[in-house]
Design a protein around this ligand. Structure first.
Ligand code: UDP
Length: 243
């Protein structure tokens, strides 16, 4: 698991956005995985996710606060959280500034329709070349459809690990584009769901807010986050012994 941490982007959110601007300008294909405890924990048992997390061509950013804190516990310097939701928000804004082409896959039909309308009104210069809800049975077809449209930004909101696996399977078919799995971000960015109040975000308690709003997430939280933290504590203990 420590290998994943060593691959995390370590500088600030703003620095990362600068990198993305350059990669877009230079038409460099980029796959961003927004890492949280669930992603890293899955990598331990899911071969495909492990391959993705260790692929040097894949960019890992620290989405969850537990990832940042755990990195520090393992003596790995990470500046701050870089969340999928903030990155998606930034990319849509940037697309509006530069007239970039966007393709979107994921969320319910009413959510994706609302998001496309919002992009059109907030960033009229951005071009949404294709958008589809995430409940179509043939999700591979989305990539066939967008290939010839040559999008600059491709956001996939299906949740972990489906979105990462799907992007990874199709990535090689594209010459350029920023690809990113964004989980529940379309729900938030479209205004269909509220993100945690600012005070929760500031205190790094966004995860708690989500648990309070959606108690059905508690099992998923235990299965991933608690086991992840126990594993980190074990790694930290082993590290201290060798010091
Ligand atoms: N979703 C989808 N198709 C599916 C399952 C889920 O489009 O078959 C969408 C769902 O509507 C939601 C997102 O994927 O917008 C997943 O959100 P969740 O909050 O579970 O993801 P997280 O942010 O926790 O990874």
């Amino acid at each position: 698991m420590e290998e994943y941490f060593k691959r995390l982007y370590a500088a600030s959110f703003n620095d990362f956005c600068e990198c993305l601007n350059k990669r877009i300008a230079q038409k460099e294909r980029t796959f961003i995985v927004t890492a949280n405890p669930e992603t890293f924990w899955m990598g331990q048992s899911d071969k495909e996710i492990n391959t993705i997390l260790l692929d040097p061509k894949v960019t890992l950013v620290p989405d969850g606060i537990s990832i940042v804190k755990s990195a520090h516990m393992l003596d790995i310097a990470i500046k701050e959280r870089i969340t999928g939701c903030d990155l998606a928000d930034y990319l849509l804004k940037y697309a509006g500034k530069k007239g970039l082409k966007i393709a979107l896959l994921g969320a319910k039909e009413e959510v994706i329709t609302k998001l496309v309308e919002k992009i059109k009104s907030d960033y009229p210069a951005a071009q949404v070349v294709y958008a589809e809800n995430g409940y179509t049975p043939d999700k591979d077809a989305f990539f066939q459809k967008i290939k010839k449209l040559e999008p600059d930004i491709v956001l996939v909101a299906l949740g972990i690990p489906a979105q990462e696996k799907l992007i990874y399977q199709h990535l090689k078919e594209f010459k350029k584009g920023i690809f990113m799995g964004v989980g529940g971000s379309f729900d938030v960015l479209s205004g269909s769901k509220k993100r945690a109040p600012k005070v929760f975000i500031k205190l790094h308690l966004e995860w708690l807010y989500r648990l309070l709003c959606e108690p059905k997430r508690i099992k998923r939280f235990y299965d991933n986050n608690i086991k992840f933290m126990a594993h980190i504590l074990k790694l930290k203990k082993a590290k201290n012994k060798t010091k």
